[in-house]
Design a protein around this ligand. Structure first.
Ligand code: AP5
Ligand code: MG
Ligand code: ZN
Length: 214
């Protein structure tokens, strides 16, 4: 099953992904996470992506599309994938449908997590993440028990470079300009399901499970 998690920065895509991939037994493919992992190891891809990510801009389509095509050709993606943060432009959506068509597959569902901009700013500016296991925190709504230390694994809790006020503003503007047109793209193909991302994470998870018939 190919499922897309669509939604603005901070909508809760990463938060919800864990439960979905566990139920569907498919890999979580987050292009943002792949870029960050590459950056950690200072690969050419990571250093190239950083130029755009630090500005809150999109990494060029051809680079992202090649990366996803490669990821979807791995054996664990045979059963499908949960795509988080991809596609983000109409060019990427078209490329995805071509990649899948060549494998006799298609997008099965596109879940849109809807959250108003003012909530997104509060979520992103307070977000913290574990450097070792990726567990997400929020300094106000869900802080780690010990400051800067992950509850789950004891790893270091850090703030993403692009979660600074100015960069958050650019990311939201880029979402509205370049990514929001995908809502209509998937709606017109009968694949879109709108999820109210403003509810608490557990309620959002239940709504997603229902939308996927889990
Ligand atoms: P990416 O890593 O994909 O970031 P993003 O889309 O901006 O989304 P986020 O990861 O910031 O938010 P999220 O929706 O995962 O929210 P989360 O669950 O963490 O991309 C980063 C960059 O990489 C891009 O800017 C671009 O440069 C590049 N890139 C990536 N993909 C690309 C592509 N396809 N094309 C081109 N460039 C690409 O939650 C956020 C916070 O809210 C957390 O603190 C969490 O605890 C809290 N929270 C979550 N759910 C709730 C809830 N229900 N109620 C209250 N708080 C909640
Ligand atoms: Mg994310
Ligand atoms: Zn951890």
């Amino acid at each position: 099953m190919i499922v897309i998690l669509l939604g603005p920065p901070g909508a809760g895509k990463g938060t919800q992904a864990a439960a979905i991939v566990k139920s569907l037994k498919i890999p979580h493919v987050s292009t943002g996470d792949i870029f960050r992992a590459n950056l950690e190891y200072e690969t050419a891809l990571g250093l190239e992506a950083k130029k755009y990510m630090d500005q809150g801009q999109l990494v060029p389509d051809d680079l992202v599309v090649r990366l996803v095509a490669d990821r979807l050709s791995k054996p664990d993606a045979e059963a499908g994938a949960l795509l988080d943060g991809f596609p983000r432009t109409i060019v990427q959506a078209q490329a995805l449908s071509d990649i899948l068509a060549a494998k006799g597959k298609k997008v099965d569902r596109c879940l849109l997590l809807e959250v108003p901009d003012q909530d997104l700013i509060a979520r992103l500016s307070g977000r913290r993440l574990c450097r070792s296991c990726g567990q997400g925190y929020h300094i106000i709504s869900s802080p780690p028990k010990r400051e800067m230390i992950c509850d789950k694994c004891g790893g270091e809790v850090y703030q993403r470079d692009d979660d600074q006020a100015e960069t958050i503003k650019s990311r939201l503007a880029v979402y509205h300009e370049k990514t929001q047109p995908l809502v209509h793209w998937y709606q017109s193909r009968g694949l879109l399901k709108v999820i109210n991302g403003q509810n608490d994470p557990q309620t959002v998870q239940s709504e997603i499970a229902q939308a996927l018939g889990l």
